[in-house]
Structures are given as structure tokens and as C-alpha cells.
Design a binder for this molecule. Sequence first.
Ligand SMILES: Cc1ncc(C[n+]2csc(CCOP(=O)(O)OP(=O)(O)O)c2C)c(N)n1
Ligand SMILES: [Mg+2]
Length: 373
Amino acid sequence: MPRREIDLPYRIDYLSILDQDGNVDKDLEPDLDDDVLLKLHRAMLLGRRFDERMLRLQRQGRIGTFAPIKGQEASQLGPVANLRPDDWLVPAFRETAAMLWRGQPMEGILLLYGGYSEGGDLPGEVKNLPVAVPVGTQTLHAAGLAYASKYRDQDTVAMAFFGDGATSEGDFHEALNFAGVFQVPAIFVCQNNQWAISVPRAHQTRSKTLAQKALAYGLPGIQVDGNDILAMYVATREAVERARAGEGATLIEAVTYRMSVHTTADDPTRYRKDEEVEEWVARDPITRFQTYLKKKDLLSDDGLEELEEEIKDEIAEAVERAEKRMEEITDPLFMFDHMYADIPPYLQEQKEELARELGRGREYSAGKEAANG
Ligand SMILES: Cc1ncc(C[n+]2csc(CCOP(=O)(O)OP(=O)(O)O)c2C)c(N)n1
Ligand SMILES: [Mg+2]
């Protein structure tokens, strides 16, 4: 019985296609239509600008705590661009750009972060799970959804997002184990943004990569430049194709950086150096993609200016709609509107009584007459 090495395929690729100066590796460059490239760029910019707007709204006390995505636009949009509408998006709490891409209305996201659960009321066709704050729990939901898809003989996939910190949670390991054993069509996208609040990547695990954690569960793992939208797109395309073909799940580690605060309740200057942030500013996923698009003559300075204006207006309109809705919801009379499709007489009486108490009897009956008329 000799002691011998076990034949264990142990291979982790690192994929990068577009470098930080916008130069592309021609052999690896995906053959994407111009309109797809421009749609991706618009979504990245919208994600960034919406994030900035939300940060200002939070600072003004107009919405509550949220987790900014700045710097992680490519690692979110490359993957979701491979999903069909009938696939599942299973986010953590930092996937605003992915949620928008998947048709979640901006005003709904603002309502949610304003503390109004009404924002979770998605248009019927949008298959996005709600934000998951308990770290890592959503990986299990994705494994379960993917299992359901396989059980029903469908070719839909489930894509879960989570952070580097989540890989230290038991849920993550259970999800990967389940996905491996049952060969379910799941794609696990780990956004390794180098920090879990104030815990750096080096303190999270001694593993050289996070991608290699897939190997323990018999799944393929790949490490990708998460600030390279082309590489993220290509790596996820392979994973989605494998999943649809019945070949099981994949773990993708997107090496990226959280350029902003952990959440609006955090002050990162307490635990990380400005120089580190500056290094990553040079690797910004948006500027490098813009350089690429300009080299391809798909984007000009004027075109970019126009797009910025368009996005600014789109966001301003969403903020206006969200704040109008917040006013409606905050109206105490609103609480009667969600209990029954047809309000029973005793509640109608109570609603009218409260309206009178609030000194709004006249306004309310006028509204009612208008509604009935
Ligand atoms: C189970 C659990 N433990 C702790 C927390 C508090 N918490 C919120 S976010 C976070 C760090 C998560 O880091 P990571 O997974 O890397 O995601 P990131 O925030 O960097 O996107 C922690 C510890 C939580 N929400 N849930
Ligand atoms: Mg993290």
C-alpha cells in the first residue's frame, strides 16, 4: 500500500481581456454586437450615477442606509448580461446595477432604501429575489431555485451574488456542496471587493484564491478581473452555457474593489489607506471600457456628454416618482388600502373617521367622489 499522490485536477484560470488602459487581447475578445457593448456601457454609467445620487439622498436624510456599488459595475453587469428574463437573479445587498439591468424600477429601489417595503413589489415578469442582508444566506436560495429548475426539466439558471466575506459563512459551503452533488444549474458570482466591512481579504482566508473553493465541491472555479466587463461577460457566458447544458454549477471570483464606503453607516478611512483606493481608481471599470469603446469609434466625447444628460434626467424623474409615492404611503389613510381588494363597510367607516380626525374629511370625501365619479 504505497503512499501516492491522488490524481486531482487542480486548476484555476485567471481571465483578463481588457486591461486597465483599455487595450484588448484580440484572441480573447468576445464578438459582441455594437448595440450590446453600448447597452452594457449605458448600464454601467447608470449604475454609477444612480449610486452617486443615492449617496447624496442618504446624506440629505431622504433615504436610509444602503451599500454603494462604486467600482463593481463590471463584475455585476458582465454576469447578468448573460441571463434570460426567465432566469433568476439572487442578489446580496450590493447589486443595484444588476437589479436595474434585470428590470427592477429605480423608484422601487429608492423606496426600499427609504424603508418602504412597497418598493419590493416588482413588475410580474421580473425574476429577482429580494435583497439578502444576512451574509451568504442567498447562496442557498440560488441552489434551491436551480434545483427546482432541474427538477422541472427547465433550462433556466439561477445566479447568486455574494462577497468575499460570504465565503467564510457555512451557508456558502452548503450551497456549493448541494450544487455540486445535485449538479444544479447555478452560477455563483463572488464579488471579491477586498473588504468585508473592515476585514481585509487577507484575513478572510488563507486560500490563494476564492475561486479554488469550488474544487472541494467538485465544481469548476475561475478567477476573473472583475473590473473588466469583457472578461466578466465571457467567463459567465461559459458558466451559463454549462449550466443550461445540464453540466452543473460554477464559481466565479470577480477580483474587484469597493471604491466607496461599505454602507452609508461606515467610515473606511478608519481602516484602509487612501493609496490603496487610488491604485484601484486607476483600474476603474468604466473608464477602461470607455477607452475601448472610443478606440472602436463607438463612443465620442459629445456622445458621452449626451448620455450623461439623458441618465441624469432618467434618475431625476425616478427620484421624483419615488418621493411622490413616499408621500402617499406615509399618509395614515394609506394603511386602509392594502388589506382588502374591496374595503368592507366597517373599515370604510374607520377610514372616514380617521380622515375627519385628521381634519381631512372634506378633502377625503372630495377625493372619494372624484374616484366614484
Ligand atoms: C450573517 C451576518 N453576519 C454579519 C453581518 C453584518 N455584515 C453585513 S455586511 C458584512 C460584510 C460582508 O462582506 P462581503 O461578503 O465581502 O460583502 P461586501 O459587503 O464586501 O459586498 C457583514 C459582516 C450580516 N449582515 N449577516
Ligand atoms: Mg467584500
